[in-house]
Design a protein around this ligand. Structure first.
Ligand code: NIG
Ligand code: FE
Length: 428
């Protein structure tokens, strides 16, 4: 019998997310949460070694003096969330723009007038690596406090070779010093920076000739992303940049069809991207092409909510047509200022008519697939990382239902109880 370092036992429910379907869950399998009542999870060396009914698990393992025993009576256990689309490294906040939008200005109008991403670029360039690490650390603490244990983290507020590298180095350092696992994405094509406004082709050349090769050489990112949108990068430009990235070994992601139907979903399918994200304005053809090419749809209802949009992605249609759907916060200072996956689940249920089970699958195993980490995280299965969250609820449906509060009891990261500072520091 195996000695174990941790056991969580007597849980009212353990939701494993196991399924007969391999790969990203689709269609009816998007509700495969697998509920074990009176459940337990045993952990050794940071990995899950057993999961099942408490009685069964206790029969398979040995508890000794070193074993930490957590009684989860009247609580439930879920895998840690995988937040597969975030922009957590930034300097300065943009609540002034938030107010201007309330007064009637659009996101695009604010961007045109030099605000938006450009204002975050100015703020980020003025900060050192150390300052950015400090600024981002407490945001990661807040994510952890809401049950997130893995995130994808994008660059994209540097927009020069030096500042993009600086952002990616900050992400690499945070991955070393913070319990959350960070998966880096290069987003040099977030917008054309001010100094290249009249010579966009030169900026595209800078990305394809200098940034992409340098980021690849230093192994600073796994994915390459782009903001494919009017005012950011058009379809042909996106194709050029993403093709260069693909040739350098990057897996591809796109911000697609967020504010208009430009055709980014079809481009994602054509290029074999791992995901296309946002998709508020996707059409039927786009859904079909993504499905046929195995592209995951990452939906970010926090950005719709944060921008006060009426349009949300057609999640119901996507799921019913067999497209795998994942959810993420899109945490960023412009369109989605939240670190909370639970609020994203609430929005996906209420505004996109996803069921609580679909929202949970989309935030765990499907989002793990969207960052190519499903072998390690996203479900409670033997051999996977012991990234577990104990919730102060009786039933998983309470999580999206009881919105705007934090119902997390404890977070276990790599088999250890995570220490979350309290109170958490605010922004600024
Ligand atoms: O995902 N759409 C582009 N990028 C972000 C917003 C970035 C910003 O406004 O700072 C998004 O919504
Ligand atoms: Fe984004």
């Amino acid at each position: 019998m195996k000695s174990i370092s941790l056991i969580i036992q007597n849980a009212r429910q353990v939701l494993t997310m196991r399924s007969d379907q391999k790969g990203p869950r689709t269609d009816v399998h998007m509700e495969d949460v697998e509920i074990i009542e009176d459940g337990a999870v045993a952990v050794s060396e940071g990995k899950i070694v057993a999961v099942g009914k408490t009685e069964e698990v206790l029969g398979q393992i040995k508890i000794d003096k070193q074993t930490k025993v957590i009684d989860a009576k009247d609580k439930i256990v879920l895998p840690g969330f995988v937040d597969c689309h975030t922009h957590p490294v930034f300097a300065g906040t943009r609540e002034e723009e938030f107010e201007r939008r309330i007064q009637g200005k659009t996101y695009q109008e604010i961007a045109k007038a030099g605000g938006g991403i450009k204002s975050s670029v100015r703020a980020l360039r003025s900060k050192s690596k150390e300052e950015l690490v400090q600024l981002t650390l407490h945001r990661l603490d807040r994510m952890l406090s809401y049950g997130t244990t893995t995130i994808e983290a994008k660059s994209g507020y540097g927009l020069s070779l030096e500042d993009e590298i600086k952002m990616l180095e900050v992400i690499a350092e945070l991955n070393q010093i913070h319990p959350i696992d960070l998966i880096p994405t290069f987003l040099g094509a977030h917008e054309v920076p001010e100094e290249y406004e009249d010579r966009r082709s030169e900026y595209i050349e800078l990305i394809t000739q200098k940034m992409v090769p340098e980021v690849a050489k230093r192994k600073l990112a796994v994915f390459c992303d782009i903001f494919c949108e009017k005012g950011a990068f058009e379809i042909e430009e996106s194709k050029q940049i993403l093709t260069a990235a693909k040739n350098h070994g990057f897996k591809l992601k796109l911000h697609a069809e967020q504010l208009s139907a430009l055709g980014g979903a079809k481009l994602a399918a054509e290029l074999g991207a791992i995901s296309a994200d946002h998709l508020e304005f996707i059409d039927d053809e786009g859904i079909k092409m993504m499905k046929e090419s195995g592209v995951i749809g990452v939906l970010l209802p926090g950005a719709c909510f944060g921008l006060g949009m009426r349009e949300y992605p057609p999640a119901r249609k996507m799921i019913d047509q067999g497209l795998p759907v994942a959810l993420a916060t899109d945490f960023n200072p412009g369109s989605s200022m939240t670190e909370s996956v639970p609020i994203i689940m609430s929005l996906s249920c209420l505004m996109m008519r996803m069921t609580p089970a679909e929202a949970l699958v989309a935030s765990t195993i499907n989002s793990a697939h969207a960052v190519d980490k499903a072998k390690e995280v996203g479900s409670i299965e033997k051999g996977k990382k012991a990234d577990l969250v104990i919730w102060n609820v009786q039933n998983y449906k309470e999580i999206p239902y009881h919105y705007g509060v934090n119902l997390v009891d404890q977070v276990i990261k790599d088999g250890r109880v995570a220490q979350i500072p309290s109170p958490l520091r605010g922004e600024g």
